[in-house]
Ligand binder design. Structure first.
Ligand SMILES: CC(C)(COP(=O)(O)OP(=O)(O)OC[C@H]1O[C@@H](n2cnc3c(N)ncnc32)[C@H](O)[C@@H]1OP(=O)(O)O)[C@@H](O)C(=O)NCCC(=O)NCCS
Length: 170
């Protein structure tokens, strides 16, 4: 059994097989977020695409798309890249909680479990970016001691985003 973050009140597994279809449904239920950051809802292969979405030249063995199952089914997902952009840094490409489950502490439990797990894997920092049009996400990450370390411009589909790069040393 692969060791994954242990989240109180939830089961975790790497997304594969029939769970890819469940992930597609979750992404479609979270179309609000996709529209906010890319300007368009998720396409019909969004889940499959997410599983192989990694920077060029970065091996897929460092990619982890983790599903979080509660009694509501697949309720959240975490997309992680190990050793990116450098050794011992883990990049959170996505943290997504189903709309009706937000604001109930699941995100907090996921982040706490993730930090603990990444630390045990030898990671020394978590990094991510937050789009300027997503102030609630910024409040969330700041509440978990992520610090701004810079800004960048991100091209996503039809949108150009101003983003803040955030880091949490662990
Ligand atoms: C950000 C997110 C992962 C947090 O998960 P969560 O389960 O809602 O988080 P918790 O319940 O532990 O914490 C709630 C806090 O998250 C923040 N938050 C961000 N977006 C939120 C939303 N849509 N609904 C409720 N809280 C939200 C708030 O700061 C809130 O704090 P408050 O209770 O003081 O208002 C989740 O809301 C989500 O999936 N949002 C859409 C996708 C997204 O923005 N992901 C982050 C990309 S950088």
């Amino acid at each position: 059994m692969i060791d994954l973050p242990a989240i109180e009140g939830a089961l975790t597994a790497l997304v594969s097989g029939s769970a890819v279809e469940e992930l597609q449904v979750l992404l479609e239920r979270c179309a609000d977020f996709e529209i906010l950051v890319t300007g368009a809802p998720p396409g019909p292969t969004a889940a499959e695409d997410l599983l192989v979405d990694a920077p060029e030249d970065h091996p897929l063995r460092d990619k982890f798309v983790i599903g979080v199952w509660t009694d509501q089914g697949l309720t959240a997902t975490i997309d992680l890249l190990r050793h990116f952009p450098q050794e011992h840094v883990w990049y959170v490409g996505l943290l997504l909680v189903a709309p009706e489950s937000r604001g109930q502490g699941l995100g907090r439990r996921i982040v706490e479990a993730l930090i603990d797990w990444v630390r045990r894997q030898g990671g020394r920092a978590l990094r991510l970016v937050v789009q300027e049009q997503n102030p609630r996400a910024m409040a969330f990450w700041r509440a978990h001691d992520f610090q701004p370390i810079g800004t960048a411009v991100q091209e996503l589909e039809a949108r150009t985003n101003q983003v803040t790069r955030m880091e949490r040393r662990i």
